[in-house]
Design a protein around this ligand. Sequence first.
Ligand SMILES: [Zn+2]
Length: 746
Amino acid sequence: MLNPRQALALLSVFAIATQAADSPHVLRGYSSQSSASEMQWEEKFKQIPQQDRLRENMRRLSARPHHVGSPYDKDNAEWILAQMKSYGLDAKIETFDTLFPTPAERSLELLEPVKYKAKLEEPALEVDPTSNQKSEQLPTYNAYSIDGDVTAPVVFVNYGSPADYEELERMGVSVSGAIALARYGLTWRGIKPKVAAEHGAVGCLIYSDPHEDGYFQGDVYPKGPMRPPFGAQRGSVMDMPTYPGDPATPGVGATPDAKKLPMSEIKTLTKIPVMPISYEDAEPLLSHLSGEMVPPAWRGSLPFPYHVGPGPAKAHLHLKFNWDRKPLYDVIVKIPGSKYPDEWVIRGNHHDAWVNGAGDPVSGASPEMEEARALGELLKQGWKPDRTIIYCFWDGEEPGLLGSTEWAETHADDLKAHAVAYINSDGNGRGYFRAEGSHSLESFVNGIAKDIEDPETKMTAWKRARLADISRAAGPMKTEARTRPDVRIDALGSGSDYTVFTDHLGIASLNLGFGGEDAGGGQYHSIYDDFYWYTHFEDTDFAYGKALAQTAGTMMMRLADAGILPFKFTNFADTIHLYITQIKELDTTQRAHAKELDAEIEEGVYQALVDPKKKMVPPVKEPIPPYLNFAPLDNAADDLTRAAEAYEKAFTAAPMQGSAALDAKLMKSERLLTNSEGLPNRPWFQNLIYAPGFYTGYGVKTLPGVREAIEQKRWTEADQQIVRVAKALQDEADLLDEATKDLGSH
Ligand SMILES: [Zn+2]
């Protein structure tokens, strides 16, 4: 994950703002008495995580490459298990077998106009002691690319997004029969071969331009943290917006008796062969393209003019994989609840990596281990959580969220019945606190961040996040950023283990981390994301690792012990109104755009402006979008606001002793946002409010059924989806009315 570092420059302006005096406060969902006792336990908890231990956990877990199926992956799982037991916790390993291809043959040659054989190799560096573990490192490759052998001219496609192909069309350039050369960035990598194949490309190469994470951003490794010329980004290209997890067992756990799809029926492999390369290997291809200069926004930081092609560069790409099934080892830790054992608060971070993975994922897994140790300590001191706490260390996140997806699919019925919330992290850096997730938990997250100290500024993590938010906000949002009681959290897209919980099962979820002052993605998925790199350039003293453990652990405790679960639905309703406004704006903008385009075509603007010496293709007329009926959505959202406010009023007046019956309704509140038929053309994605974009991959699309139908100009479907979402919001309002009655009956 890359964080906007620029925001920090502005932060100092606001840093003079002083922290509000700490008045004794009552935690949401707690009585004043239970609140005081909870805060005492939380204070004890926060004292326990140690920076030295965080460092040693990282040294141990990242000592050797530990991808799925490797000896050290299993070794790490067993070590985590032993540690959990030594903390006095009940832990076990759950295993699954999943399809996990590894490279058997890889080659890339430039055949014309000059010959060049790509190195496809990240060399060991003398200063970096784990970079020479060659026999255990996976080579640079994209997992779930199909096998292939193609020879074709090369076309540069920028980030390879749908909009980039529209631009190519205007330039009169087609990728049909060509190898698409895309750069990393903007879209998730799996989208690049998917869209390239849709446009007829026969192969795809994805390179790391120095503009995104190389010398344009800072000194390169080992002098600085950024990606060196020969660094390449491994990563999955599975079609995860269709479904993540084992490609052979969609929707069900990959247990031994699960029915496996034959290779020919699997939908989530790429359609064309694809491979990641370094910019050192991309340079000979890119510098031998002719044709038009690319548009200014397409230019990277290599020292030559970027042309689009096709050719004369002609390349030969050959890829063959071992299509084996490999074991996954999820470590699952359970602390039974004393009052509501059937209500589960769940925490997770993955333990598998592409190579040594100090940043991704160990900088998150190591704090997670410290949280578990600290809770073990509290148990010894007499603390008993009311609800059951489950700590998960996932395997197989990198190839396709395998460990979390297979575990959650296996236990889907139990999770739907018992899960309160899922709290995820996936690595950690240095800087300000960020959370994304379910908006019914937005106020809860804000409350937690107010009780966490930022290690550098000593202000609260909340205050710093608020100031960062003010500096980031634009226009009228600046005023809101200053005055809204809660800092807004972004919605979850995909890209980590929360996906199955939020998108498939409808479990309120959060993703947490600190960042913004570190090198972010500098060595993302390379052999150099290791202990040496992390301890020289990232959270070098683990102060923020400790802050993450304090934040996530406090969340777990506070959710587990609350008299009434601290969901707050007015924030959710407010956010829904925001999304509806955005969707209406999208519709209006599209209509205005289509009308203007038509007018300019009629007026002959394009004929007049097309440079006859260039082969620009004028645009064709677009259908004018019809007016959609947003009324069902508006009505349902208004009713949701009314119900949320009524709940809030009753909640404020209620004695904070909940009941299993009330909790059951509150847990169901996120479940109701799902629909068992799922989104159009992707039934696995069942949440009607949050989903990763079909053409963005990680990036979220809120109200996805409606939004994507509008974006992709399927108007009838848009109207149908509006009705569907409205129904879900109406059901949500009805549920809140029921919960309000429960509150009143105390
Ligand atoms: Zn990760």
